[in-house]
Design a protein around this ligand. Sequence first.
Ligand SMILES: Cc1cc2nc3c(=O)[nH]c(=O)nc-3n(C[C@H](O)[C@H](O)[C@H](O)COP(=O)(O)OP(=O)(O)OC[C@H]3O[C@@H](n4cnc5c(N)ncnc54)[C@H](O)[C@@H]3O)c2cc1C
Length: 505
Amino acid sequence: MTRVLVVGSGIAGLYTALELRRRSNVDVTLVAKGALRESNTWYAQGGIAAVLPGAESTDSTGRHVADTLTAGAGHCDEEAVRVLCADSAAHIDRLLTLGTRFDRTDDGALAVGHEAAHSAPRILHIGGDATGAGIADPLVRAVESDPRITILEHTFLADLTTSGGQVTGAVVVRGSGESVPLETDAVVLATGGAGGLFRHSTNPSVATGDGVAAAWRAGAVVADLEFFQFHPTSLDVDGHPLISEAVRGEGAVIRDAAGHRFMGDYHPDGELAPRDVVSRSIALHLARTGESRVFLDATAFSAGFLSRRFPTLTAVTAAAGFDWSRDLLPVVPAAHYWMGGVATDLYGRTSLPGLYAVGEVARTGVHGANRLASNSLLEGLVFGARAANVITGSAGNWPVFDAQEVDLSMGRETARRDDVRQVMSEHVCVLRDESGLRVAAKQLAQWRVGGSSIEDRETANLLLCARLLTHAAALRSESRGAHYRSDFPTAGAAVVGPTMLRSST
Ligand SMILES: Cc1cc2nc3c(=O)[nH]c(=O)nc-3n(C[C@H](O)[C@H](O)[C@H](O)COP(=O)(O)OP(=O)(O)OC[C@H]3O[C@@H](n4cnc5c(N)ncnc54)[C@H](O)[C@@H]3O)c2cc1C
């Protein structure tokens, strides 16, 4: 193995590139479609979960595993979860070696916070609520200082190239519009998620499902695409910045336009119910009242308290024109994290020899039907390192997934990105049912996206992901985790396995 292409400069791509170089003398090409510093990773706020040595009196790997399995609603791959949790401390250690400055307590120990659905304090953070940028910055600097890592910014992965069922490289499009073939011994997809599928999303604009789409076209198996986590309280302004659960944890409440505090009508834990429950309750309430947004009320707190406790959010709300010590904040649920993705084994290996997937683009099985907060940054580290390990060692046996074949030939009508988002937001969003999914599937199947600009390619990828997600959602006739079917409002009696799909063409 001498040349490896890593696509994506979020935590998963950066860390995989560095781990490849640490383990072997390979040459790495790192490709990002925007600037190196533009990714979901940079926006991550709350933190990264890890059970650190010395935490034995309050925490254990077993408890982290149990919390992750509970959040995943009976749909996690238990072995993958064990790997994720067991390896957490070693990778935090590695980040510290690379110069990451996690917040510390007065006595110099690493500070660990408590987050909803974690049974113990185990969330490391940086700058209070700027964890993603704090982790990514030293990783970017390490990548930039390695002469054997070639960095290609503003370079878009268009497609993977294959020969005899094996991935042999990729075609990328440079900023100038020129298509360039890159031949490599292995390709690592680290392209993140696809918040761009929906009208409201907390993700930056680079999240357009390109990795899932390219892998699908190359013939890889994808899995669990129906599971998309929505964050309940994104500020209803451009960019939909999220207003963290911690604000509700401090006592902020949710009201409708009439001032009614309605969450208690839907769940006994009210505003502190799990993330998917709060998102669903808001969506149900909006459907019942015919309104388009609800309001987060933090006016019981003083301006001084809010700016001390939530400095970033105070700045974000002020930039949007709100003084949240006086104004109610308009909020809506927004697409946040895609649990599904390219199916992999415990080493990031996909169904196609030569192709690996790590981070949010991968479906490792660690998140099941619902991601436990602060586990996704960790996933990028743990599985990025495991993929680097097999790429630089022995690739071993490639996994075989039992997948249903699907024919997604394209329709005739030209679609715009907003058309796709409109359909997905109306029919395949927080609340789903058979008739809505049928309407969406029929409409999406009539569309195609022409053109070869980067924007057209992204829209084509979103359309493909939308069709796959809708197909998977129709197959799952039950409600589980983030996937809620109002026509099947409970989980199936038997645990239904992952939804594995592969192209029939
Ligand atoms: C607002 C927000 C807050 C969050 N808070 C937390 C948190 O506190 N804790 C936590 O664990 N998780 C959090 N998450 C989730 C977490 O940030 C992401 O799941 C994680 O960062 C994904 O990392 P990644 O490396 O897989 O992908 P990303 O960080 O999204 O990086 C994807 C990379 O791929 C590149 N790319 C994409 N398509 C192409 C293409 N076609 N060609 C070339 N390059 C391409 C992009 O340019 C980018 O560099 C949060 C997410 C958001 C949006």
